[in-house]
Design a protein around this ligand. Sequence first.
Ligand code: UD1
Length: 421
Amino acid sequence: MDKLIITGGVRLSGEIAISGAKNAALPILCASLLSAEPLTLTNVPELNDIGTMLKLLAQMGVKVERSAHTVTLDASALNNPLAPYEMVKTMRASILVLGPLVARCGTAKVSLPGGCAIGARPVDQHIKGLQAMGATVTVEHGYVHAEVTRLKGARLFTDMVTVTGTENLMMAACLADGVTVIENAAREPEVVDLAQCLIAMGAKISGAGTDVIRIEGVERLHGATHRILPDRIEAGTYLCAAAATGGSVTLNGVSSGYLDAVVDKLLDAGCEITSEKTAAREFIHIEAPARLKAVSIRTAPYPAFPTDMQAQFMAINCVAEGSAVMRETIFENRFMHAVELQRLGANIKIDGNVAFVTGVAQLQGATVMATDLRASVSLVIAGLVAEGETQIERIYHLDRGYEHLEEKLAQLGAKIRREKA
Ligand code: UD1
């Protein structure tokens, strides 16, 4: 397996471009299943998760054309509404095919995603919503089977805020008979991006970005072209890498609008941040002090602090001045990076879903192991500030979600290289 080798101690500086958002691209690729006309997407990041989703769609009969960051999907010959375990087990977001398949084909068989390193992550809310829209849903032999003649509009309420649950039900409702209202809907920018793509395809959706989304079903959706929004988590990750190293970095193609909670914490940590969005240019610039102040965080659904940025902030708190309390409220097992950060000399104590981090003057390089996507990148950030060499093993997690990570960091001056297995 490939590993990353980082020699720490370089202050990051320079400019890089931010890629399209993985978590917007994944549901939007699935939206292609809703129409018999082609959907063209631009700014699609080149990531392993995107490759997995395209393979999954292709084996259902979707014609896929991909050139660099543009993907065209033609689901006119969709003939196999099945998502097999072998594909779903590597990527939980595969569940996003369920709603579109049952809406368009009247039948779907999708493997349950199963366990996941960061927690149980059930899909009961996706199933409950489809049942409320009239589908017969059974779970047998590890597969969700859904059948319906045509989905019916309904009032849906999810027990908790779920991002992919909201996306799945919003897509399904586009082709339902009548009006669907999703209450307690996720407000993430990626949900809004999906809604904008669906609207471009002819869907009648209002309220995306609020916690009540209203969808008036239509008979069919048509083709469209849509540009995927920038990846706020990738941007936040590079802001943390810059912050940890006392750097001066500009991120192009993204502005701070979707990153308020993250930017707020970086300001508290002592960084200076400027951002602009005009027709000509969009960027965020960060100037970090020589040493950050530790910042406490509590993760919660958007617009609060994102769980997908918790691990990166743990890395910066490890080298900051003072102590921080970090509370994870979304996933029950999302501190796996803590033990690896401890191997680099971090002072972290975990009590259930709370981590107490006291900054140390210096981390030391060591061999560590990546466990999930965001956990892995927190080890990269720690490696950038640790003394000497840090080797990160099992980096396939990083390739799932960060486009050209080593190249982008190297462009900012980092000493980082990949060693092929
Ligand atoms: C999405 C993101 C992921 C992010 C997460 C939370 C994608 C592809 N992934 O994941 O990067 O970390 O949002 O911001 O967009 N839950 C249930 N039953 C359900 C659905 C969810 O109990 O049917 C629970 C989950 O176990 C979790 C919480 O609800 O505790 C939120 O999960 P959810 O928002 O659904 O996460 P994902 O959509 O899988």
